[in-house]
Write a protein that binds this ligand. Structure first.
Ligand code: ATP
Length: 763
């Protein structure tokens, strides 16, 4: 990587676009080892160094030899007007990618407009100044590295205090990046500490408030819990009660309807029974029909009695008449003759035959009894015949009849009597039938009456029973109505209670149909109400405030822990950086010290110089404290590391730098500059009249060293020194034009070829 071109436009005395090309003529993209920029005083040579310094990020106007930033813009001359902007572009060949981006050609451009607006571009793309500084720092180019060195700067190392010198050596040692990281870590640590203090003080402020809020929030949460539990219990109880009342009311309403219907029906039934009773009582009073029938039957009975009496008389008459007509039997005694005996024996025989026939037909025991009787009778007849035969006579009835005329008269009377008796008999028959009919009717009437009476009394009883039941039903109805009214009152009370307690309509409450223990629920409600009262009213925003404060507290606690952790990491980084700086610095210091000795004796052609690390006491400045003028305040003495230089030119015995001549000081400075450059060679170095104070012999030696180093560093040397010019492959001549702007012409030396990077000097 090397600086191929510098393009300057509108920067300081370079009003026109001017290009300095540092590549060789080969066209193979190689650089020149040494390029010299020459020209009369005030022609603008140092402005080229300023341009390069500005382009790589210099921000101090003082370092750019101006007062304010816009002093870098061509300000115009008597003959030429000022320009609106300054622009410097550095073109790098970057095939080795020492500038760590993918491009093999890198252009870094810085622009400043009079408006104050700045532009920074890498390969035409806008970036921040920081991006440029960082990118170049990674390739060893920076305002603090030895890329642009003025005489004052190289002297500054000698003039500096040991501690300041150490800082310069740190730059040279390449530990600056670690130093920057360390400083950043320290700054960050300090700001982290501040933050931590702030966070911790906030935490300690919040903590007691949070404790109070937590207690209140816990109470509020408990209160909420109790209120919710109370609400649930109330909903449970009220819902259950409401639905119980509803079902009780529905039941009672139904009962009322049923009872009212029953009463209506009973009343109608009672009324119809009463009607019937009234009717029956009328018919009971009409009960004389049976008496009448009885009277009629009695009349008929009397007539029958008379007829029977008459019939009996008539029968008597008939009987006496018949008796009169009957043949009179006269008992006569007759002798027992053969005829009588025969007749009797024939009868006995006939009877015996009958007896034998009967004997053949016997079936049962009774039959034998009868036969026995019959046999005894036959025997008796034979005994009687025997007795009669002994007596020789028997008595016999003889019939004596009436005379004929008497018989006729008697027959006539008898016929009359019989006819009369028949008439009477018929009449009697009729009467008897009539009496029977009357009696039957009477019985029927009596039966009917009895039945009516019985029905009457039954109905009376039924009515009384019905009335009793009706009265009971009415009582029951009244009871139901009272209960219904009571339920309605309870419903009304519940509606009001639910509206007051829950601000809702009780009808909206549901019930799962499960029975509830009312007393237990009531006990729970009373207990929860008591609890809620004990907890008391709490601002509802407390929970919210607690949440917020707790969140903030948690956040701050986490932040505090994070900050402590970050502080730990930063402290580790600082320790690591310290170790690294110490290690790298020691290594670099030893090397630079050796090189310093080498270049010193080379430039002085002998003599001895040394770099020594020392411990010095110094007052550090406290960055975080300021005095009345806003300057940082010095703190206590601290033990610090410094670097002392001893330089003894050949043949002299000098210990203090202050006794060196101007030229000797300059040579010592250059020896130090070369030592530093050779230790950590920058890609390019612009040396602005650093060798001005050297005599010819020393200038030659300077040139020789320069040539030695140009292998690793591209030198752009602003010089008036012929010896130095002689080492350059290319000369740029800068002159001040008539218009007050710098003009440039390039001049390749005859033997420039010999001085190209890969070549060796001819002599
Ligand atoms: P020397 O050899 O004496 O060191 P030099 O060649 O290095 O001189 P510079 O210091 O580079 O000269 O240039 C100084 C010149 O640049 C002065 O003439 C000054 O007026 C001019 N100059 C500086 N800044 C501006 C600016 N903003 N506008 C115009 N001209 C400027």
């Amino acid at each position: 990587m090397f600086l191929r071109k510098v393009e300057i436009s509108g920067f300081k005395s370079f009003a026109n676009r001017t290009v300095f090309d540092f590549s060789d003529e080969s066209g193979e993209g190689r650089r020149l080892g040494i390029t010299a920029i020459v020209g009369p005083n005030g022609s603008g040579k140092s402005n080229v160094a300023d341009a390069i310094r500005w382009a790589i990020g210099e921000q101090s106007s003082k370092n750019l030899r101006g007062k304010k930033s816009e002093d870098v813009i061509f300000g115009g001359t008597a003959k030429r007007g000022k320009v609106g902007s300054a622009s410097v572009t550095l073109h790098f060949e970057n095939r080795d990618h020492r500038i760590p981006i993918e491009f093999s050609e890198v252009s870094i451009q810085r622009k400043l407009h009079r408006s104050g607006e700045s532009e920074f571009l890498i390969n035409g793309s806008k970036v921040r100044l920081l991006d440029i500084v960082d990118l170049l720092a990674k390739s060893g180019i920076g305002k603090d590295s030895y890329c642009v060195v003025t005489q004052g700067m190289s002297d500054a190392t000698l003039n500096a205090t040991p501690v300041e010198r150490r800082s310069i050596f740190e730059d040279a040692a390449g530990v600056k990046q670690y130093q920057i990281q360390k400083d950043r870590a320290i700054r960050k640590l300090s700001s982290t500490k501040e933050n931590l203090t702030r966070v911790d003080s906030l935490l300690s402020e919040i903590e007691p408030h949070l404790r109070i809020l937590r207690r209140q929030a816990e109470r509020a949460a408990k209160g909420k819990e109790v209120t919710e539990a109370l609400l649930l219990k109330q909903i449970e109880l009220f819902g259950f009660l409401w639905h119980s009342f509803q079902s009780e009311r529905n039941g009672l309403s139904e009962e009322r309807e049923t009872l009212a219907r029953q009463i209506g029906m009973s009343e109608r039934e009672t009324d119809s029974l009463r009607e019937e009773i009234t009717k029956l009582s009328g018919s009971l009073e009409e009960g004389g029909r049976a008496e009448e029938l009885m009277r009629e039957a009695n009349v008929l009975r009397e007539e029958l009695n008379a007829a029977e009496r008459d019939a009996a008389i008539m029968s008597g008459r008939i009987e006496s008449e018949r008796d009169r007509q009957k043949d009179r039997e006269e008992i006569r005694t007759i002798p027992v003759d053969l005829g009588y005996i025969r007749k009797t024996l024939d009868l006995v025989r006939k009877n015996q035959t009958t007896l034998f026939d009967r004997l053949g037909l016997v079936e049962k025991l009774e039959d034998i009894q009868d036969i026995r009787e019959f046999a005894r009778a036959i025997g008796q007849e034979l005994v009687d015949l025997d007795t009669k035969m002994e007596a020789g006579k028997v008595t016999e009835k003889v019939i004596v009849s009436l005379p004929e005329n008497e018989k006729r008269e008697s027959d006539d009377r008898l016929a009359k009597f019989v006819a009369e008796k028949e008439t009477l008999t018929m009449r009697m028959e009729t009467l008897r039938k009539e009496i029977d009919a009357k009696e039957a009717a009477m019985r029927e009437e009596r039966e009917k009456h009895r039945e009516s009476r019985e029905r009457y009394f039954r109905l009376e009883k039924d009515v009384r029973e019905k009335e009793r039941k009706l009265s009971e039903t009415k009582d029951a109805l009244n009871e139901v109505k009272v209960r219904l009214a009571r339920v309605e009152v309870r419903e009304e009370d519940l509606i009001n209670e639910v509206r007051d307690e829950l601000s809702t309509d009780v009808r909206e409450l549901t019930w799962d149909g499960q029975p509830r223990d009312r007393d237990a629920l009531n006990r729970d409600i009373i207990r929860l109400k008591g609890e809620a009262e004990r907890i008391g009213a709490i601002d509802p925003l407390v929970a919210e405030e607690y949440e917020e404060t707790n969140k903030r507290f948690d956040f701050l606690t986490t932040e505090s822990a994070d900050l402590r952790k970050a502080m730990g990491s930063l402290e580790t980084v600082i320790v690591e950086m310290d170790e690294r700086i110490e290690k790298e610095f020691s290594r670099a210091f030893d090397e630079i010290a050796k090189k310093f000795e080498h270049y010193f004796s080379l430039i002085f052609n002998g003599g001895k110089a040394e770099l020594i690390r020392t411990r010095v006491k110094r007052r550090a400045r406290a960055e975080d404290q300021e005095d009345a003028e806003g300057e940082s305040v010095e703190t206590d003495l601290t033990d610090d590391l410094g670097i002392e230089i001893t330089a003894c030119p050949p043949g002299k015995k000098i210990t203090s730098l202050s006794v060196l001549s101007g030229g000797e000081r300059s040579l010592t400075s250059l020896a130090l500059l070369f030592a530093i450059i050779s230790h950590n060679p920058p890609p390019f170095a612009v040396l602005d009249e650093v060798e001005a104070a050297l005599d010819e012999a020393n200038s030659k030696r300077f040139g020789k060293v320069l040539f030695e180093l140009c292998e690793r560093t591209q030198f752009i040397v602003i010089t008036h020194n012929r010896e130095t010019m002689r080492q350059a492959g290319l000369l740029y001549g800068v002159t001040m034009g008539d218009d007050g702007s710098s003009q440039v012409l390039s001049l390749r030396l005859e033997d420039a070829e010999k001085f190209r990077l890969k070549g060796k000097p001819a002599a």
